[in-house]
Write a protein of this length. Structure first.
Length: 351
């Protein structure tokens, strides 16, 4: 199926699943309904890359799909996991927006303010976002477990899914700790990147799809050789967009990663290569409120140090390594074609 058709079918799966959850939670009243309504917004839109990698991980082993609806439900579980991670990530980073709309904690905070309830609107928004993210994470497991495929196919995938969740949560804590220490060399930044994002974005969805299809250890290793470097390239691209991306395309304010104080590979490379004066300016500005002029000054420091060019080169090399590994793998031919296209989509520049 085409990419737009795939995305549409994944959205229908998610909508139907949330309809089921809305019905199940209806006895709890209007407050539970608001949680479901916010969840609908959290899982709307996006490229559905994680679901797509899961789909083609399955087809890497079995080119033909006997039960498309069941497999689509399994793939959609990855989108619920992703939504959970974003809700929690936005809260921890104190982000105001996500995909051009208020972040979940800000949306609930605004509801509190509008209703003029007692207590702290900020605390209410934080509590609601924690619970929203937890609920999405629970639903991800529920959707995968009950996708409709036979239990003997789902059980190995659930084992991979458990590892995936552990890596995401631990990777997120690494990120929080690195920001708290306000210090990270390139190796540390790459470790955060790998476990917070790269593995769960591409490698683990491929593994889950292959596990659902009965893929053996050799296939899983082949998918790692493709998926891990591609996942790292994907996150490096996201890091570039977090500094240089167009807000109209990213849905985030200009230089958002700088405002949030992200100690990314891009920042680590800049601090290594910039003059002592420029390095101090960047280091002290990270995690502070920045106007447009200040963002442009920091962008100039990063570009002047050649860090953006260096990251672009790493993205190119990692992407080449991934595609070359794919060509030599036991992955089915239809999946090879689709995965090459997905590799390009995952690492493309957004202007």
């Amino acid at each position: 199926m085409s990419n737009p058709e795939f995305r549409e079918r994944i959205q229908k799966v998610l909508d139907a699943f949330l309809d089921e959850q809305a019905e199940a939670l209806a006895p709890l009243g209007a407050d539970a309904a608001r949680l479901v309504d916010e969840a609908r917004l959290s899982v709307s839109g996006g490229k559905r890359l994680r679901a797509a990698f899961c789909w083609w991980g399955y087809r890497a082993v079995r080119p033909e799909v006997a039960d498309e609806e069941a497999l689509l439900r399994a793939c959609a579980a990855l989108e619920l996991l992703h939504a959970s991670a974003l809700v929690h990530d936005d809260l921890m980073d104190a982000s105001d927006t996500r995909r051009g709309r208020p972040a979940t904690h800000r949306a609930f905070e605004a509801q509190h303010l509008q209703a003029r309830w007692s207590g702290s609107p900020t605390q209410y928004g934080a509590a609601a976002a924690i619970l929203q993210g937890d609920l999405l994470l629970s639903w991800a497991d529920q959707l995968l477990r009950g996708c409709g495929l036979p239990l003997e196919q789902v059980a190995p995938a659930l084992t991979v899914f458990d590892a995936c969740r552990n890596e995401v949560i631990a990777g997120q804590f690494l990120d929080v700790s690195v920001q708290a220490r306000a210090k990270a060399d390139v190796d540390t930044a790459m470790t955060v990147l790998r476990y917070k994002s790269a593995k769960y974005s591409i490698e683990r969805p491929l593994h889950i799809g292959a596990a659902l299809a009965g893929g053996d250890a050799e296939m899983q290793e082949a998918l790692t050789r493709f998926g891990l470097p591609l996942g790292e390239a994907f996150q490096l691209r996201d890091d570039l967009l977090g500094v240089f991306g167009d807000p109209s395309a990213t849905g985030k304010p200009a230089g958002d990663d700088l405002v949030e104080g992200k100690r990314t590979v891009l920042v680590a490379l800049t601090l290594d290569a910039a003059s002592p004066e420029d390095a101090t300016i960047l280091d002290e500005a990270l995690g502070t409120s920045l106007n447009d002029a200040r963002v442009e000054q920091l962008r100039a420091i990063i570009s002047g140090a050649g860090a953006d060019t260096q990251v672009e080169s790493v993205i190119t090399e990692l992407s080449r390594l991934a595609v070359d590994s794919l060509a030599a793998s036991p992955v089915s031919e239809p999946a090879k074609v689709a995965l090459r296209d997905l590799a390009a989509a995952a690492t493309e520049r957004v202007h």
